[in-house]
Design a binder for this molecule. Sequence first.
Ligand SMILES: *Cc1c(COP(=O)(O)O)cnc(C)c1O
Length: 360
Amino acid sequence: MITFYPGPSKIYPQVEQYLQDAYRSGILSMNHRSQGFMDVLKETMRLMREKLAIPADYSIYLVSSATEAWEIVAQSLTQQHSAHHYNGAFGKKWFSYATHIVPQTSGSLFPINQTLPYHLFQEGEERAAFNRQRLSDYEVLCLTHSETSNGTQIRMQELAEIRSLTPALIAIDATSSMGGVAFDWTLGDVWFASVQKCFGLPAGMGIMVCSPNALEKARQVNDILRYNSLLFVHENFEKYQTHYTPNTLGVYLLMRVMEQLEPIAAIDQRTVERAAHFYQFLENETSWEPLVTNNATRSDTVIAVKGEPQAIAALKKEATLAGITLGNGYGEWKNNTFRIANFPAIEDEEIEQLRSFLRK
Ligand SMILES: *Cc1c(COP(=O)(O)O)cnc(C)c1O
């Protein structure tokens, strides 16, 4: 079976060997405050910084999931007001969680074929002025880099435009893009993801990358009430330890996958090219249409394909018979889309098989 599910998704085949290596290395029985564990964690963080080109002054933490990161942002970095601009189910869920934690939240839904700056600044002068004003008042601005539910993405150049207009901390859910495309990390203060998407690993761990400003803000907020308060997490990671007994197997596997990976610039190039070809292919060689029609808002890592619900149900059945798992639609687009992960662990040859299946 080939899977194009956008999470949990195809894991790297090398993981089979790494699992055995993990067992044999003895790491799985080690105490998480032991030197042996700390060495593995230290090496994992070093490799992540190197391969993903994370700036030296940004800190890296491992948590349990992206969902946990949503809560950490709300608990540890937001005192008064978080603002959420979203166009799909994951951004909306984050907003909804934040409303239970943060005193004031504002949410703004934008269309999938509109870029965020267009939505914020050009959509009618009155509205735009209002949005600019609001933007300057925000404390934390929460954005979803690749909205896995509908296959949209915010481009770095758009983030740069937004960054220049707000003093707010910018927190970015990059769950289905980190590890697949390159970021200008300096355009965000908190970036987070989970390992079961672009990292090609089994589910069960989240990654957070924080700017010095995010850490400064955490010190001001001084949230020390929770096991996963960012300050507490930080204190532990400074010693290459964790704030709870960690997913040691997950950490080890992440280290090994990081060893094997090419630098993110090379991965980025491949992901972006493959996505562009796939969108062209859909439009020119099949009867299917990408859900997102604006090139500027299309995700490079998750491709949503639109069709009649009946045709999609039939296609998914046929695909299963052909040994191919397509991703189901999600949220609002559950029945009239299917999704294709364009994650690095998926091989060109597998994409080629998918193409010949869809050509029929
Ligand atoms: C998958 C996903 C999540 C949730 O990840 P968990 O690991 O289940 O917490 C959050 N945001 C986005 C954009 C996702 O794709």
